[in-house]
Design a protein around this ligand. Structure first.
Ligand code: TRP
Length: 460
């Protein structure tokens, strides 16, 4: 086995982790899920989940990765818990699953970069989205996007990933701020801010009841619907629950404050999601759209058609979708890297070979989603309501209850914090954080099997 690569600089690691976190999850999914599931109330639950559950879970993944210096499956073995490789495998499969439809949406973005130059979607963005988002055009774009991802991953850590993500974060921030300011000036956008930013606290209700027979426990209140989506959105957006952060942390050599790094990542990621919301949601209101009705098309229909109405719309549209493309690519890279790193660590295969082989497999898995957006919604729903919370639950049980004190020692390395901080972290991971994820999983499964809820299977 050749010498394992490491990050060139600490900033390189943080930027790559931010690059993994910031992606379609922030710019495409977060605004439309927020609009769909209650606006500001969703935002509150999302932020509580990102800092209260996402942050400790990210630290758990960092600890596993840095301590073992290995890919997400072998890591557990090196730490001395062979059976826990199962947790790594669940994560790996989750990543495979997510990347398959992520790439389809990445393909749409690719198409919109070109469409901005030619003005193709300026006439009727809704109709344009309809033609390119399904069937053969979508399959072709899905293939191109996947090929780009494979290309970057094939170059390896320093040359490919680190360079690709350096420019992305600053450019995303600048363009989102500019668009948010512009959205603010639009007539009719006002109520959008109330919807997005002023939570109705009476909505933060979760009731628990019992029934005499299966399913024994029932949940009610708005939170019963919001929690499974908001908490999983935090996982998705922070790239948790599929070994991406384990893998990235495994390339760290040396002592850095994992704590500081993860706070930076969560803050940046939330900021970019909120900025995207400040663009998309006021725009939906300015166009008189029912906020929840846009679904997966919100970004591609409402935001895109707004570009048709502004001066230099083609340039603005081009830059916007280009930035979204880079964000999507840097996240997709991290998803593929997880699996590639496992294969390269364990078998005598070359990075380009594995990247290409796996890229092809993920392409095939994504075919249904590319063919028909109803499949894409189904893949996405299953990821949120089952795979993500299940996978994060496994990581938390492992670090909290199995790895325990050893995890705390690793966490404190390089932080300058005393044992008190470590004990607090361990305690929360073992109790509240774990229970939060368990509740998310249970509520997710109940909504999943509770019959078709029109709010869950949105019209596209
Ligand atoms: N975080 C990315 C986004 O918001 C997507 C992503 C990358 C992801 N790696 C992941 C989601 C791992 C879940 C798990 O777009």
């Amino acid at each position: 086995m050749s010498e394992r690569e490491t990050w060139a600089t600490r900033a390189g690691f943080i930027l790559a982790a931010v690059g993994s976190a910031v992606g379609l999850g922030n710019i495409w999914q977060f605004p439309f899920k927020t609009a769909q599931y209650g606006g500001a109330t969703f935002l509150v639950v999302y932020l509580v989940a990102a800092f209260g559950i996402g942050l400790p879970a990210m630290l758990s993944e960092f600890v596993i990765g840095r301590k073992s210096n290995l890919n997400t499956i072998s890591a557990f073995e090196r730490l001395g818990y062979r059976q826990w490789r199962a947790a790594g495998i669940v994560g790996l499969l989750t990543g495979f699953w997510i990347l398959s439809y992520y790439s389809v949406v990445g393909g749409w973005v690719l198409r919109y970069v070109g469409g901005s130059v030619t003005g193709a979607y300026f006439g009727d963005a809704g109709a344009y989205f309809g033609t390119i988002s399904a069937g053969l055009p979508a399959v072709a774009l899905h293939a191109v996007f996947m090929a780009l991802v494979v290309g970057i991953v094939a170059f390896g850590i320093e040359d490919g990933i680190e360079k690709a993500t350096k420019l992305m974060v600053p450019s995303i921030l600048v363009i989102l701020v500019a668009l948010a300011v512009w959205a603010f000036t639009l007539p009719g956008s006002g109520p959008g801010y109330a919807y997005f930013l002023s939570p109705d606290l009476s909505q933060l209700r979760l009731t628990v009841g019992t029934t005499g027979s299966f399913p024994w426990v029932t949940f009610g209140g708005p939170l019963a619907e919001i929690i499974p989506f908001a908490v999983s959105q935090a996982f998705f957006s922070l790239s948790l629950g599929m070994g991406a952060m384990i893998t990235y942390a495994s390339y760290i050599d040396g002592d850095e404050s994992l704590f500081g790094d993860s706070v930076t990542i969560v803050v940046f990621n939330s900021l970019i999601g909120i900025l995207a919301g400040l663009v998309v949601i006021p725009l939906l209101f300015a166009q008189g759209a029912e906020p929840g009705a846009g679904g997966a098309g919100a970004l591609f229909v409402s935001v895109a058609s707004a570009f048709a109405t502004i001066p230099f719309g083609r340039v603005v549209g081009f830059v916007f979708f280009l930035v979204v493309l880079v964000a999507a690519l840097s996240s997709a890279i991290s998803l593929l890297e997880v699996v590639v790193s496992y294969a390269v660590d364990n078998y005598a295969v070359s990075r380009p070979q594995v990247a290409a082989g796996l890229g092809a497999a993920i392409f095939v898995l994504g075919l249904p989603s590319a063919w028909d957006t109803a499949w894409l919604t189904w893949f996405d729903t299953l990821a949120y309501q089952l795979f993500l919370p299940l996978s994060v639950l496994g990581i938390l049980v492992f670090t909290g209850w199995v790895f325990g004190r050893a995890a705390v020692d690793e966490l404190l390395r390089g932080t300058g914090f005393g044992g008190g901080m470590g004990a607090l972290w361990l305690w929360t991971v073992r109790t509240v954080v774990l229970l939060g994820v368990l509740l998310t999983l249970v509520l997710g499964l109940i909504t999943l099997f509770g019959g078709p809820d029109p709010a869950i299977v949105p019209p596209l």
